[in-house]
Design a protein around this ligand. Structure first.
Ligand code: AMP
Length: 249
């Protein structure tokens, strides 16, 4: 079974992002970048499938700038076998990423595409779903458990108020939620080995994909500072303030 794992380069989750002085975008200069945490969970799940003898090959894919090679090397150090960079300097939207992945699915014919449920930079939560629509593969999003048996994937999904279990025939698309697993750290020997694993570069044009933006970013700003709270004397005053000042009742 071949597993394709799309990984995105994002600002590290520990970094507090600020807008640029002119508010035109987030200021990403000199910030620490990492693999999107949900993509790391997807890589870990693919590696576990390989360790259980269910997956034979793991291919990590990233769509983005040359620097995304760093995140692909991390995926290789975690256990992916080879990597593909779809290299572009343009900011890519989920639909463009999904179209590139669709072309790679046609070429690579994976049995399973394991994505993160969402990228923590744009919080889009769209790419897996769009890839499902473009490829026609069955999809199960927000996975907290995954079992592969007899060309079928059984996926437990975290939905509002409970868990839902779905069965899908392969090839299928699964997006990883937080509780699917706890990713391992890459060991030093594996980081060294990853440098020699194959990393291919293609461009969206070579895949026949137009990645031009369909939306314009108008501005970015921080939420307003929270006002200091007050202590009310009794419930009567609380009700009065909620009614006449906050006007919520
Ligand atoms: P999003 O729809 O942007 O929230 O991203 C959901 C998932 O799609 C991510 O966790 C990745 O697995 C995948 N993805 C999104 N953008 C990219 C990208 N530029 N390159 C590779 N995978 C991506």
């Amino acid at each position: 079974m071949k597993v394709l794992v799309p990984v995105k380069r994002v600002v590290d989750y520990n970094v507090k992002v600020r807008p640029k002085a002119d508010g035109s975008d987030a200021d990403l200069a000199n910030l620490k970048m990492s693999i999107n945490p949900f993509c790391e969970i997807a890589v870990e799940e693919a590696v576990r499938l390989k360790e259980k003898g269910m997956a034979s090959e793991i291919v990590a894919v990233s769509v983005g700038q040359e620097q995304s090679q760093e995140q692909l090397r991390t995926a290789l150090a975690l256990g992916a076998d080879r990597a593909i960079l779809v290299s572009t300097d343009v900011v890519v939207e989920p639909l463009a990423v999904a179209k590139c992945l669709q072309k790679l699915c046609a070429r690579e014919e994976p049995d399973l595409v394991l994505l993160g449920k969402q990228a923590i930079d744009g919080d889009n939560n769209q790419t897996g779903q769009m890839l499902g629509a473009l490829t026609g593969y069955g999809q199960a999003t927000f996975a907290s458990d995954l079992l592969i048996q007899n060309s079928e994937a059984t996926v437990v999904r975290e939905v509002d108020g409970g868990l839902q279990t779905l069965s899908l025939s392969l090839p299928a698309i699964v997006t990883a939620d937080l509780r699917l697993n706890e990713p391992r750290y890459a060991s030093l020997p594996n980081i060294m080995k990853a440098k020699r694993k194959p990393l291919e570069t293609v461009t969206p044009e070579e895949l026949g994909v137009n990645v031009a933006l369909r939306t314009n970013l108008i501005g970015v700003k921080l939420p307003p500072d929270r006002q200091a709270g007050i202590i009310v004397e009794d419930s009567r005053q609380l009700v009065d303030k909620l009614k006449n000042e906050a006007k919520v009742i």
